[in-house]
Design a protein around this ligand. Structure first.
Ligand code: NQM
Length: 294
């Protein structure tokens, strides 16, 4: 099928930065394989297969030990592909599911047994048709113990989402910092708003991730080596160092024009977390606390 998207680098370089022992790539996805794990009829993009073997080869190549696999929107609420990848990884992967809010307690427990430790609410209109806040809130109140909610939104709806997010009774993990405009710099309006949000609760975690999306040339950014991203994000990591986790975002859903070299993505780590202590928290201590505490 010629219209299936290949969004990942065919031959990523070896990073100069060596992740510490136990490092977790805590934001990545699998696509299929389409046989037997078909895509959702509501999927907004149809990717080529990027299954667990490819993910684990990349993990080893980049020097990570574990993965947190986040259910991508192209698989809708059928978590079979993500569960299959977690199972194939042994204890080296955990996951974040996307669920129908009417899911039963038994089904949630089955997801827990399969290695899921959270659910994701996606508010990007280009990725999902419907994001019912009332139903999301209801299901967030009956999650298995120690689970959290991952939320993906863009900076322009942060304030609108505040009452909803404030009411969620479990820890929150914000994908890609809620997509601030990094060109505004570390003290820009988007970063200030995100800091106010972080200051409102001490159980909001975030991923200082996706330089390739947030500093893309096609978005008016600088592109690789993503200098604006590094400058805007490093102070945030320093100031909230016990609440950050990091991931590659491989296979970079939809990134067709500026497919990032994953080696270069990993080399952003010392630019946003320059000390060994920060790197240990970002890559080892924090993700293990969230995903491998039981
Ligand atoms: O990989 C990401 O985090 C971001 C995505 C894809 C996505 O979230 C999904 O398909 O569920 C995006 O911005 O297109």
């Amino acid at each position: 099928m010629s219209d299936r998207i290949v969004s990942w680098h065919p031959n990523p370089s070896k990073p100069s930065f060596t992740p510490p022992p136990g490092a977790v790539d805590a934001h990545c996805h699998v696509f299929g394989p389409m046989d037997p794990f078909g895509f959702s009829p509501k999927a907004k993009y149809l990717p080529a297969d990027a299954g667990p073997e490819m993910l684990f080869a990349l993990r080893d190549h980049l020097g990570f030990e574990k993965n947190v696999i986040v259910q991508a929107s192209c698989h809708g609420t059928d978590n079979a592909a993500t569960l299959d990848a977690i199972a194939k990884a042994g204890n080296k992967a955990r996951g974040v599911a996307v669920v129908d809010p009417d899911i039963s307690e038994d089904e949630l427990q089955a997801l827990h047994q399969g290695g899921m430790r959270g659910i994701r609410f996606n508010f990007l209109k280009r990725l999902v048709d419907n994001a019912p806040k009332d139903k999301f809130l209801e299901v967030s109140k009956r999650l298995p113990a120690s689970w959290h909610v991952v939320i993906y939104f863009e900076a322009d709806i942060l304030e609108e989402l505040r009452p909803f997010m404030d009411a969620i009774p479990v820890p929150l993990v914000i994908d890609h910092m809620g997509r601030p405009d990094v060109r505004q710099g570390p003290d820009g309006a988007d970063m200030k708003a995100f800091r106010r949000f972080l200051d409102s609760r001490d159980d909001i975690w975030f991923k200082p991730t996706c330089p390739d999306r947030l500093d893309a040339i096609k978005e008016g950014g600088q592109g690789d080596p993503w200098d604006a991203f590094a400058e805007a994000v490093a102070p945030l990591v320093e100031d909230y160092q016990d609440r950050v986790i990091w991931g590659t975002d491989w296979p970079h859903p939809n990134m067709q024009d500026e497919v990032p070299d994953d080696g270069h993505v990993v080399d952003m780590i010392p630019r946003i977390a320059p000390t060994e202590e920060l790197q240990q928290k970002l890559l080892v201590t924090n993700p293990n606390r969230l995903y491998w505490s039981d």
